[in-house]
Design a protein around this ligand. Structure first.
Ligand SMILES: [Zn+2]
Length: 122
């Protein structure tokens, strides 16, 4: 059965479960996929670390009220966080590692309340 190698494009024949023309093409293909996966993970990790550092910078005393704009100006990405925590009062916090924030419901959600995690770890 004739197929084309997904790495080099060459036509090859062989067993139905043979997916590449050669071991070299298979290795090259997988190495590149691994590199792309690692690059993606590194990218997300960098965003999370940056978010955490923005929170730390804006919250030196452990608690702070800041305008959302100030976080966005510093490149904070609200879609990226490490975990959520919901209090008994049904207040939702998002965390980037040890720093957390709560988007206030009122005032068009332009204020954010920042906290630092103390003993809570889950
Ligand atoms: Zn090939």
């Amino acid at each position: 059965m004739k197929r084309n190698c997904p790495e080099c494009g060459d036509e090859y024949t062989g067993r139905i479960d043979k997916k590449y023309c050669s071991a070299a093409c298979r290795a090259t293909f997988h190495n590149r996929q691994n590199a792309q996966n690692l690059a993606f993970q590194r990218n997300v990790n960098n965003i999370l670390r940056h978010n955490r550092n923005v929170l730390a910078e804006l919250n030196p005393d452990g608690k702070a009220n800041v305008r959302k704009d100030r976080m966005i100006d510093r490149g904070f990405k609200f879609r990226y966080f490490t975990n959520e925590y919901r209090t008994k009062n049904d207040t939702l916090y998002h965390f980037c590692y040890d720093y957390g924030y709560r988007v206030e419901d009122d005032k068009d959600k332009e204020w954010v309340f920042l906290i630092k995690r103390q003993e809570y770890v889950e």
